[in-house]
Design a protein around this ligand. Structure first.
Ligand SMILES: Cc1cc2nc3c(=O)[nH]c(=O)nc-3n(C[C@H](O)[C@H](O)[C@H](O)COP(=O)(O)OP(=O)(O)OC[C@H]3O[C@@H](n4cnc5c(N)ncnc54)[C@H](O)[C@@H]3O)c2cc1C
Length: 226
């Protein structure tokens, strides 16, 4: 979270007009903006503010590198400060974007050679969609933990057999229960790289499970949302 500071030397290079809004569930939506005017690595995040507003928040980039539109995936947090304002925005409104930020970006050479398990809770799937769209031939398994089936954001895009949906409140997923319950049942090759993204409780529990399976901390990368 940060407060937007305007400096005289700033131009509107960082302003992006909303081109489209896709409503994915009752409270999750994606915002499409013009092509990024900065280079980023799939997996990185940006800070996003509303032009005229005074706050910004971090969001993972949901689209792939070099795509014609820059997309983010957002869930409205009940009683949150920023996301209810974002949810009310209409096509045509201007957003202020800074970045890219973070060390969660995927290196090309690593993407081409590695074997990956991506572990996401909720909107934590965002950086993995960016990575998979950027590197369509990447060797991955994507484990997505949500409450209900409707939160399987754009899951039809992932190759069959690579996406595992864990639904904790319904029996509609591939696994009924929390993703950490599913993770305990899995076996992975010793040289697997793990990337974890989402809420801190999930990340903490998943880290313990992976360490318990004998994987070392340097095979595991984490991006904590809250
Ligand atoms: C590196 C990074 C990348 C992020 N990427 C995304 C993203 O791609 N999509 C996305 O939706 N959010 C993402 N977030 C979270 C985002 O920055 C905001 O925290 C979130 O949108 C809530 O903002 P708010 O002002 O509405 O809530 P606030 O008023 O700031 O916070 C209200 C409360 O909600 C909690 N909270 C925050 N996010 C959630 C959530 N998703 N579900 C439930 N409770 C939550 C906070 O812990 C806090 O207690 C990311 C955060 C980080 C640090």
């Amino acid at each position: 979270m940060m407060t937007l500071m305007r400096h005289d030397h700033e131009t509107d290079e960082s302003f992006y007009k909303i081109l489209d809004i896709r409503h994915l569930t009752g409270n999750a939506f994606s915002i499409k903006l013009p092509k990024a005017r900065f280079a980023f690595k799939a997996g990185q995040h940006i800070s996003l503010g509303i032009v005229g507003g005074n706050q910004s928040r971090e969001y993972s980039i949901y689209s792939g590198e070099n795509e014609e539109t820059l997309e983010v995936l957002i869930k409205e947090v009940q009683n949150g400060y920023f996301t209810p304002q974002l949810r009310r925005l209409k096509i045509g409104r201007m957003l202020e974007i800074h970045g890219p930020f973070g060390k969660f970006g995927m290196e090309k050479e690593k993407a081409e050679k590695g074997k990956f398990v991506f572990i996401a809770s909720g909107t934590g799937i965002a950086p993995f969609r960016s990575i998979i769209r950027t590197y369509p031939n990447i060797d991955y398994k994507l484990i997505h933990g949500v409450k209900t089936l409707e939160e399987a954001y754009d899951s039809h895009e992932y190759e069959k057999g690579r996406y595992v949906l864990c639904t904790s409140r319904e029996k509609t997923g591939d696994y009924h229960g929390r993703l950490t319950g599913y993770l305990k049942t899995c076996t992975f090759a010793p040289d697997t790289q793990f990337d974890l993204c989402g809420n801190s409780e999930m990340i903490f529990d998943a880290l313990e499970i992976l360490k318990g399976k004998g994987f070392s901390r340097d095979q595991i990368h984490c991006e904590v949302y809250f």
